[in-house]
Design a binder for this molecule. Structure first.
Ligand code: AMP
Length: 220
């Protein structure tokens, strides 16, 4: 099974993808995490990626498509893969379809997590991410100033360089112009599953699992 998780920055794609991938035994492939790992290596490619990410721009398609398709291993130990943050424009979506077709596979579902623009900005401004396990968290006002720890693994939390108001606005602009057409693309194919992403994380995970299973049941 090949599932895509779509939504604006801050919609909760990473958190939900982690939960869904674990429960459905899918390989979780997150484009943003792959790019941040490359930046950490500090080589020339990492430098180029860092510049794009800092400005809230998309990484050029040639780099993105090559990197993600290389990571898509079609490993038989998994039930398939869950792609988080990719595709983000139509060119990427079509390249993915082509690569899957060559392996006799298709995208089964595209899960869209809907969250209002005000809520997205609020979440991104207060978001912290774990250096160790990459899980996102919200900054706690009570212990502001102290080194906050991840509730999943105890690792140090940090603020992403692109989680500042100027870059957030740019990332949202890119999302509306480049990624909304991808949502339409999967809707036209009858693959879109839409879930309201506001509320408790656990309830949203349950709603997503139910929606994915319900659609599967209807299709049989
Ligand atoms: P994310 O962690 O998904 O919020 O992604 C962080 C940043 O990585 C984005 O703002 C882009 O600069 C870059 N990025 C992630 N996924 C893609 C993609 N599919 N295409 C181009 N750039 C991407």
């Amino acid at each position: 099974m090949y599932i895509i998780i779509l939504g604006a920055p801050g919609a909760g794609k990473g958190t939900q993808a982690e939960n869904i991938a674990r429960q459905m035994k899918l390989e979780h492939i997150a484009s943003g995490d792959l790019f941040r790992q490359t930046v950490e290596r500090g080589n020339e490619l990492g430098g180029r990626l860092k510049e794009c990410m800092k400005k809230g721009m998309l990484i050029p398609d040639e780099i993105t498509i090559k990197m993600i398709l290389k990571r898509l291993t079609f490993d038989n130990n998994n039930n398939g893969a869950l792609l988080d943050g990719f595709p983000r424009n139509l060119k990427q979506a079509k390249a993915l379809d082509k690569a899957l077709k060559e392996k006799d596979k298709v995208i089964d579902k595209a899960l869209f997590i809907r969250v209002s623009e005000e809520e997205l900005t609020r979440r991104l401004i207060s978001r912290r991410v774990c250096r160790q396990c990459q899980m996102p968290d919200q900054a706690s006002t009570e212990i502001m100033g102290e080194q906050e720890k991840c509730k999943h693994c105890g690792g140090d939390l940090y603020r992403r360089a692109d989680d500042n108001l100027k870059t957030i606005k740019q990332r949202l602009r890119v999302y509306f112009s480049e990624t909304l057409p991808v949502i339409e693309y999967y809707k036209r194919q009858g693959k879109l599953v839409e879930v309201n992403g506001e509320g408790s994380i656990e309830i949203i995970t349950t709603k997503i699992l139910n929606s994915l299973q319900k659609r599967e049941f209807v299709e049989k």
